[in-house]
Design a binder for this molecule. Structure first.
Ligand code: NAD
Length: 341
């Protein structure tokens, strides 16, 4: 099949070309994001392959359909950027990669916890400047501390397993209980109890209307003083202004985030030398106890390999008229805003 690949970075190209070994498909790589202005590039391509910040809204889909596109292959799990109803109306199928890096994301969350606690990012810079003073680098033992995990699906469970290995107590909140987490000794509690008793709180639930700004002024007020907050899930789970207030009042002792509510304006691009206009983001970067990474938690060799293999398996299923387990069909009762990766 002729596939137009949007938002292409060098690493996407490397892994997609390696997986397209025969080669089965004719891949054409485009660097721009897909949106209504760039959709014309896909004229004559039956399949279009996109990532998290491509905007596959109704006007874009209309242009794609008139150019002959019949399949949107997402290289990610989340599909909040696709208008599923418009795709269904235009006869365009949508497939995705539901899980590609649960270990990678959980391990990145642990990386943020360890770096923030032991201030490894500060120590790295100090040593390079021949400053071997330990002042300001005091950390705490993870052993015996309580970790609150919100969302105990694939990633939340793995984080629980890793933190159990550090000797932490695990508190959990989810709309469904995960028996594996309970087997580990994790204890399900309601959110107020988790907020009140956790030294570290890590978010692993999807972004939906029910979880939007789950971390806000009211929930922060219930937390332990100097709590560590980790978000590798979705930016809008956190009310950023409330977290900034919590950092300023010292209620929040540490913040580690791989995602940010307005990240589509910033992340995945090299903006060095440009003037960043987002003052809220810039305020976050000024705190010594805040560590931000640019949506890289998934970014492991294994994930890129899995994304490429699954994407081509999905496309082959649709091309050959087989049922595809990773096809997303439009279901009006499922909130359109649900985001899973
Ligand atoms: P998953 O579907 O396996 O687990 C999500 C869990 O959240 C489920 O157990 C579900 O029951 C629970 N949940 C749903 N609604 C909830 C609510 N209102 N309150 C609490 N829990 C709720 O998903 P996963 O693979 O573990 O991914 C978790 C999140 O990680 C995703 O939603 C995605 O946003 C994020 N993610 C980030 C990256 C990255 O690179 N930073 C990569 C992949 C996924």
């Amino acid at each position: 099949m002729k596939i137009a690949v949007f938002s292409t970075k060098s690493y996407d190209r490397q892994f997609l070309e390696a997986a397209n070994s025969s080669p089965q498909h004719e891949l054409v790589f485009f660097e721009p994001r897909l949106n209504r202005n760039t959709a014309i590039l896909a004229a004559g391509f039956p399949a279009v392959c996109v990532f998290v910040h491509d905007l596959v809204d109704a006007p874009t889909l209309k242009i794609l359909a008139s150019g002959g596109t019949r399949l949107i292959a997402l290289r990610c799990a989340g599909f909040n950027n696709v208008d599923l109803q418009a795709a269904a109306d235009l006869g365009i199928k949508v497939v995705r990669v539901p899980a590609y890096s649960p270990y990678g994301v959980a391990e990145h969350a642990v990386g943020l916890i360890l770096s923030l606690n032991r201030k490894i990012h500060h120590a790295y810079n100090r040593v390079r400047e021949s400053n071997f003073s330990l002042s300001g680098l005091l950390g705490f033992n993870l052993n015996g501390r309580t970790v609150g995990i919100i969302g105990t699906g694939r990633i939340g469970l793995i984080l629980g397993q890793i933190m159990k290995g550090f000797g932490c107590n695990i508190l959990a909140y989810d709309v469904y209980r995960n028996a594996e987490l309970e087997k580990l000794g994790g204890k399900y509690v309601e959110l107020p109890e988790l907020f009140a008793n956790s030294d570290i709180i890590s978010l692993h639930c999807p972004l939906m209307p029910e979880t939007h700004h789950l971390i806000n002024a009211e929930s922060i007020a219930q937390m332990k003083p100097r709590v560590m907050l980790i978000n590798t899930s979705r930016g809008a789970l956190i009310d950023t202004q409330a977290v900034i207030d919590g950092l300023k009042s010292h209620k929040i002792g540490f913040l580690g985030v791989d995602v940010y509510e307005q990240e589509s304006e910033l992340f995945f691009e090299d903006l060095s030398g440009e003037i960043i206009q987002d003052d809220v983001f810039l305020r976050l970067t000024t705190f010594p106890n805040v560590l931000i990474t640019g949506h890289q938690a998934f970014f492991t060799e294994e994930a890129l390999y899995n994304i490429a293999e699954t994407t081509f398996a999905n496309i082959a299923d649709i091309e050959q008229g087989r049922a595809c387990a990773n096809e997303i069909s439009y279901q009006p009762e499922i909130p359109a805003k649900a985001q899973v990766s």
